[in-house]
Write a protein that binds this ligand. Structure first.
Ligand code: SAM
Length: 334
């Protein structure tokens, strides 16, 4: 039942994020239900407002003193760090995208299974996911910031844990907002990084690179990874790239990475790698279903799948490094 009604808590949180409730509370501090109702212009009853806020309280997103008319609401400590849009630690971008795009698209999961066709903007014969996303500058920014927010912890962990001692250069293919390159540059002062992506995306990456003060060691490179060679580097990373594509294209991209590396160079994918037995990493499995919704042909994969493809491409050996939560780095050495 909890899973069956999972859309109730999901939509309650997504609505709060979309309304910027947590950003409002971070700025105003303790607020009554009446003040919140007035600020957001809710036309529903006071009771509806209390129900919404108390649900968020019961989940631990909000704290409350008093009850109903005497209640004062404020953000819980973690909500204040991660869901206040004005803080650099904000990770709500992906939740905004989940609300605006994925929530309605997942309503058509049955149709996706029945037809094998994407259920997103491209559903009615439109272009591929990225062309559709990048048609509108607002959608592009929302998507790039969503990626950055949710991956930040993984990129930070990778920047700290991976052994860069034998390497000097890194190319991040499909680097979006360049946050992986920025995190590696911050934690590994000897590394020079290049974030490779489509030109429109790199405009956002450039803003981030300058914001983080690493323009000397993080560059952008405009390119199309299906048409252009990747800039040569000791380490080539693909974060959440391979899962967008079918098996043939996955191997084509791994070949591109192989060609950009020297002997001993490392190819790294950062994804929600599914456990080999396909029983435990439910998030990775659902991410794979999300690829049906978004691309039709993309899918997430196990470390065993990755090793098989890496061997086919010519890599010598592979290993896996757990990152945060359901995510890992799968590594192949040339
Ligand atoms: C799912 S996002 C992953 C972003 C980032 N690496 C991460 O882990 O959060 C996929 C990225 O691949 C980029 N991309 C898609 N098609 C591309 C292409 N043909 N050439 C270069 N980049 C592409 C997109 O612009 C986007 O930034």
């Amino acid at each position: 039942m909890q899973i069956g009604f999972g859309f109730w808590p999901s939509k309650t949180l997504l609505a709060a994020v979309k309304l910027n409730l947590f950003t409002f509370l971070a700025e105003k501090g303790k607020s009554s239900g009446g003040q919140i109702k007035k600020y957001f212009g809710f036309q529903c009853t006071d009771r509806n407002v209390y129900d919404f806020l108390d649900t968020l309280t019961s989940f631990g997103f909000l704290q409350r003193e008093g009850v109903l008319e005497t209640s004062l609401y404020s953000n819980a400590a973690d909500t204040n760090i991660f869901l206040d849009k004005k803080k650099p630690s904000y990770i709500g971008g992906l939740l905004e995208m989940a609300n605006n795009r994925l929530y309605p698209f997942w309503g058509d999961l049955e149709e996706g299974l029945a037809t094998g066709h994407p259920q997103n903007e491209a559903k009615n014969g439109g272009s591929d996911l990225f062309a559709v996303l990048y048609e509108s500058p607002e959608r592009l920014k929302e998507f790039v910031h969503a990626m950055s927010g949710i991956q930040m912890g993984n990129f930070m962990t990778f920047g700290q844990k991976f052994d860069f001692s034998n390497y000097k250069t890194l190319t991040d293919a499909g680097g979006a907002g360049a946050m992986l390159s920025i995190m590696v540059a911050k934690h590994q002062p000897h590394m020079q990084c290049t974030s490779f992506d489509l030109g429109a995306v790199n405009a956002v990456a450039k803003e981030n690179i300058s914001h983080w003060g690493v323009i000397e060691r993080v560059k952008t490179f405009d390119g199309d990874f299906f048409k252009d060679a990747l800039p040569a580097a000791d380490v080539v990373v693909m974060g959440n790239i391979l899962h967008d594509w079918d098996e043939k294209k996955k191997i084509e991209l791994m070949n591109k990475a192989y060609n950009a590396l020297p002997e001993g160079g490392a190819f790294v994918t950062i994804e929600n790698i599914i456990d080999d037995d396909r029983r435990k990493n439910a998030f990775g499995l659902m991410m794979s279903l999300n690829m049906l919704i978004e691309t039709g042909t993309g899918f997430d994969y196990t470390f065993k799948d990755f090793t098989g493809w890496a061997k086919e491409v010519g890599f010598k050996n592979t290993s896996i490094m757990p990152l945060l939560g359901p995510a890992s780095a799968a590594i192949a050495i040339k």
